[in-house]
Ligand binder design. Structure first.
Ligand code: GSH
Length: 234
């Protein structure tokens, strides 16, 4: 067994990537033993074998997959005898929608609130110049101009989560009675803001908070610590 997950590394060995958390949880769900390889922004050479520049990258017995959604699909198809991540093809379609919803509707609202914190307190100091330049190019303005931690912005982020909140009032998990990949998608974002933001983005009386706490306890508390690298999954 030679399974390696290349994931983003921040200060104090924290793993500040929503996408890498999705994959961590998916690997634990499948019960696969995995070695975590930290990658800083300035260490693209470590993942050059994948032919692209983003993490997560999974290397599984010689097969190399990048992009968290592609990795989830790969794990589901390569390990059909292990617990399913999707619960069937209609579940896969629902999880695909969840993936797109979080990426396109939630992340743009979230990133305006947390980008400065990521820059100031989360990523390695050596990565700051690259991070600033790449994000300022992507968002078309200075970091300080882009970031906004106002109540209005936080309120807009919370309001965008309303579909998940409504679902969690009916069922314990987004996928229903048990957590599946649909849960890991939004969980990755919640863990990311928990690790990175100096603001409370998900209030303690929010049903999403209660779900998040339960998610932290999964797989013997795999994600329950401070987001620093933690050993191998079983
Ligand atoms: N769609 C990709 C997004 C991956 C992604 O954006 N990863 C970020 C870390 S959160 C990254 O590797 N950034 C490196 C860079 O910006 O140079 C996925 O789902 O895996």
């Amino acid at each position: 067994m030679d399974c390696k997950l290349y994931e983003l590394q921040g200060r104090e060995d924290k793993r500040p990537s929503p996408y890498c958390w999705r994959t961590r949880m998916a690997l634990a769900h499948k019960g696969l033993a995995v070695e975590f390889i930290p990658v800083q922004f300035g260490e693209k050479a470590k993942i050059s074998f994948s032919g692209q520049k983003l993490v997560p990258v999974l290397s599984d017995n010689g097969r190399v997959i990048s992009d968290s959604w592609a990795i989830a699909c790969y794990l589901e198809d390569a390990y059909p005898d292990r617990p399913s991540l999707f619960g069937g093809e209609s579940g896969r379609a629902g999880a695909r929608f969840m993936n797109a919803w979080v990426d396109r509707a939630i992340h743009p609202k979230m990133i305006r609130i947390v980008l400065s914190d990521i820059y100031d307190r989360v990523i390695m100091a050596a990565d700051q110049p690259y991070f600033r330049a790449s994000r300022e190019k992507r968002f078309g303005m200075a970091l300080e101009e882009f970031c906004d931690t106002s109540e209005a912005r936080i309120g807009a982020f919370r309001a965008a989560l309303e579909p998940a909140r409504l679902a969690l009032k009916q069922e314990p998990y987004l996928a229903g009675s048990e957590p599946l990949y649909a849960d890991y998608v939004l969980f990755g974002t919640c863990k990311f803001v928990d690790l990175c933001s100096s603001q409370v983005l998900i209030a303690e009386d929010d049903p999403i908070y209660e779900w998040y706490r339960r998610m932290l306890g999964l797989f013997d508390g795999l994600a329950g610590g401070d987001g620093a690298a933690q050993g191998q999954t079983a």
